[in-house]
Write a protein that binds this ligand. Structure first.
Ligand code: MG
Length: 368
């Protein structure tokens, strides 16, 4: 049963298509995302670690699956459109370049020198609108309005003045709850997963986490009392799953409360609402922020990861400059694109689509 403020039907696709006999529009979009080349490339893109410290690490694909699984649970509890949520979760990181956030910063910096910028949400929209070639009748995946809107609006607001090209996405309105959820779920997923991967990589110690994350410390004391003889790693796992469960439960309850308080009854009410309604309660939001700050200080900016970040920056910067000065070395389809689009944008699109191993290969070939 869908709630009265859930997305029930799509406003449609850019190129109208007949309905499918047994899949609704959002199921079809979910399937189109899963069958896209950009989705498959997520497997070889960095989430946090470029180097493989072990075989058990998240990459962008497994992270994406975790976000989809958590979001589905939340959406079901809130009476939202689970198919739309699933499509949005599966597509949410599709615009990320190789080498994670280091890659994103490097690409934005080199684009800045040419008067442009790089934004992974805008890039994701270009992928699904343009770069994926699967259908004879139209370019891209011809996704529904709601999925394209969610790609743009799930994590931030874009001003209509600064981004006139996004006007069709109702920039003065809030996105549906299905999209609002994704950004928070994304954070809850990686805050817990990065503690796990950081501990597994031995970049974080148990003592360090206990000292730096009060919620973890409190739960760890409880687990030690309950399972005093269990291995440390199992105690650690028990704590992590309680953290995630606590945060997800709060997100459901608090969002439900916000909806009730706001008096929102329909999707139009929700879109017209002055602020987003999906979110954590102040207490849990403080826990999330503390954990995130801990990860920033102790994992994302640890000196141990500096060399791989520097390598990411060098590889992206050198390859970008190489193709800017020697566009004849680009593959044919990109040379062709450069006749109608700025060269910097074309080079950026080419690099952003690459997986980590592929860009290493290109670097060896051209700059090695
Ligand atoms: Mg993500």
């Amino acid at each position: 049963m869908l709630a009265s403020y859930a997305v029930e039907h799509s406003r449609g696709r850019r190129y109208p298509e007949p309905t499918h006999p047994y899949r609704n529009d959002f199921q079809r979009d979910r399937d189109r995302v899963i069958h896209s080349r950009a989705f498959r490339r997520l497997e070889a893109k960095t989430q946090v670690f470029t180097r493989r410290y072990s075989d058990h690490f998240r990459n962008r694909l497994t992270h994406t699956l975790e976000v989809a699984q958590i979001s589905r649970t939340i959406a079901g509890q809130l009476g939202l459109n689970v198919y739309l949520v699933e499509a949005l979760a599966l597509v949410h990181d599709i615009g990320h370049p190789p080498f994670g956030h280091a890659g994103e910063r490097a690409l934005d910096a080199v684009m800045g020198k040419h008067g442009f910028s790089f934004d992974h949400n805008l890039h994701a929209l270009r992928i699904v609108e343009d770069f994926e070639l699967r259908y004879a009748a139209f370019p891209g995946l011809n996704l529904t309005f709601e999925v394209r809107e969610g790609i743009i609006k799930h994590s931030r607001d874009y001003s209509a003045r600064e981004f006139p090209e996004l006007a069709e996405y109702l920039l003065d309105q809030r996105p549906p709850l299905e999209a609002q959820l994704i950004d928070i779920t994304d954070e809850l997923a990686y805050n817990t997963a990065d503690l796990d991967d950081g501990y597994e990589a031995k970049l974080l110690t148990l003592e360090q986490i206990i000292e730096g994350v009060p919620l973890f410390a409190q739960l760890f004391r409880e687990i030690e009392q309950r399972y005093p003889d269990a291995q440390k790693k199992l105690q650690f796992n028990e704590v992590l799953r309680r953290m995630l469960d606590r945060w997800v439960g709060d997100l459901i309850e608090n969002t439900r409360g916000q909806i009730q308080q706001s008096g929102v009854a329909t999707l139009d009410d929700l879109r017209a609402c002055a602020h987003r309604l999906a979110g954590l309660s102040p207490e849990i939001e403080a826990e999330r922020r503390q954990t995130k700050q801990f990860l920033h200080r102790n994992l994302y900016f640890t000196p141990a990861l500096e060399p791989e970040k520097e390598a990411a920056e060098r590889i992206i910067t050198d390859l970008f400059e190489l193709w800017m000065t020697h566009p004849e070395k680009l593959p044919g389809n990109y040379r062709e694109k450069a006749q109608s689009e700025p060269l910097a944008r074309v080079v950026c699109d080419y690099i952003a689509g690459m997986t980590d191993p592929y860009i290493y290969e290109q670097y060896e070939k051209h700059c090695g």
